[in-house]
Design a protein. Sequence first.
Length: 311
Amino acid sequence: MSLRVVFFGTPEMARAALSAVIEAGHQVLAGVCQPDRPAGRGRKLKPPRVKEACDLLGVPVLQPESIRDCDFFDRLAALEPDVLCVVAYGRILNRKILDIPKIMPVNLHFSLLPELRGAAPHNWALIRGLTETGVTAIKMVERLDAGPVLAQLRTRIDPAETAEELLSRLTGLGARALVETLSDLERGALNPVAQDEERVTYAPMLEPRDGWLDLSLPAQAVYDRARGVVPWPGPSLAYGDRRLKVFDLAWDGEPVQAEPGTVVDLESRGYRVACGGGSLVVGRVQHPGKKPVQAEQAARGSGPRVGERLA
């Protein structure tokens, strides 16, 4: 037996889950994603990754401007799905929609709920220095990421892993967790477990300010934030009145006898910058409107230089 599924999702991380559901033999009646949005310098309309995948797979696509649209609801209800699968759709579904499937609505979240509810769990897992994360399938309710847990898969976080790299791994892990959840639904083998509300933490959507590094903190904490904001908004430091984007970072816990933010040395790997404890190595820098350059090249040109301060 296969399940009749309507799949809600928009970005690349959702596309992988959609493909896995189809490959597992389930009938995807429609894909629901956000409308095409302007992108790039030309601001041409760009379709979401899930729409592109649906077009290739011959799956009908719905792109409502508002999920409260009556026509959208009627079309969704007429499909008579067994399950709604929701993966990074980008909008909160109301009770009216959640009540449509015959079995249940299932949401795939990229953290070990109840930890890191919200829009950017993989980013905040790194920023907060976690050593483990994972994916969670839940039965959807109207509250944000608060439904009972249906399945969880765990993974260790590599100490040098960026948010971009971690999300790539979680995307594959999430697709596997979703397929396993649907298999258990078919067999009636699920045992939903309520989330422990006392353990709830949140992972809000990143903002441009989240890329600023605070060099008064220990080097490990600075490095963790830097990893967590790759590729967007990207780690940055202030050099005079300019925002300096920084790349290829590493950290060292050995004490440095200098005020936090001081460029204490220029090594083969890059600038060594003092932190509140230990130091950070910056391999490349990028001035506004310029291309990234190696630290050695920057030191010969527009800076920074050894002895100067970053903030």
